[in-house]
Design a protein around this ligand. Structure first.
Ligand SMILES: [Zn+2]
Length: 145
């Protein structure tokens, strides 16, 4: 019986189910993959997406940041990619007055800044500072107080 050399061509890197580019799909040490584009899209939709979906994305990223298999390619190739979406997640959480989600976004931002280091961390902090100074969070805090 003749086999036609199925192992000849290397398998192309697997993009995520949403068809995002394969370079955005980073491995984890447990053998899974985290798609940065999917995570970014969820964070960016924090004002409208179900908050438990956004919270889940924040938790997944937080776990992934502690994983060297994920962190190394993130730092090497995509240190800026999550800054904008995280700022939008914070703004979205503030817009819907979800203090728990806003706190979670801030925690992840601190983890991310520590993980990627300068200069990407400075950009992240600058973006979050713009969100914080834009008023919606401040207004929210005044409402609470
Ligand atoms: Zn994706």
């Amino acid at each position: 019986m003749e086999s036609d050399g199925e192992d000849a061509a290397p398998a192309p890197p697997h993009p995520c189910g949403a068809g995002h580019r394969a370079s955005h799909s980073l491995p984890t040490s447990e053998g899974g993959r985290v798609c940065l584009s999917c995570a970014a899209a969820l964070l960016s939709s924090a004002a409208t997406a179900p908050s438990h979906h956004v919270a889940h994305a924040l938790v997944s990223l937080s776990l992934a940041l502690a994983d060297p298999a994920f962190l190394a390619p993130l730092r090497a190739a995509h240190p800026h990619l999550l800054a904008g979406p995280l700022a939008e997640a914070l703004a979205g959480a503030a817009a819907r007055r979800d203090a728990a989600l806003a706190a979670q976004a801030c925690d992840l931002a601190a983890d991310l800044a520590a993980a990627v280091g300068a200069p990407a961390a400075s950009e992240l902090v600058a973006r979050l500072a713009r969100v914080l100074s834009s008023g919606s969070l401040v207004k929210h805090l005044h409402t609470v107080a």
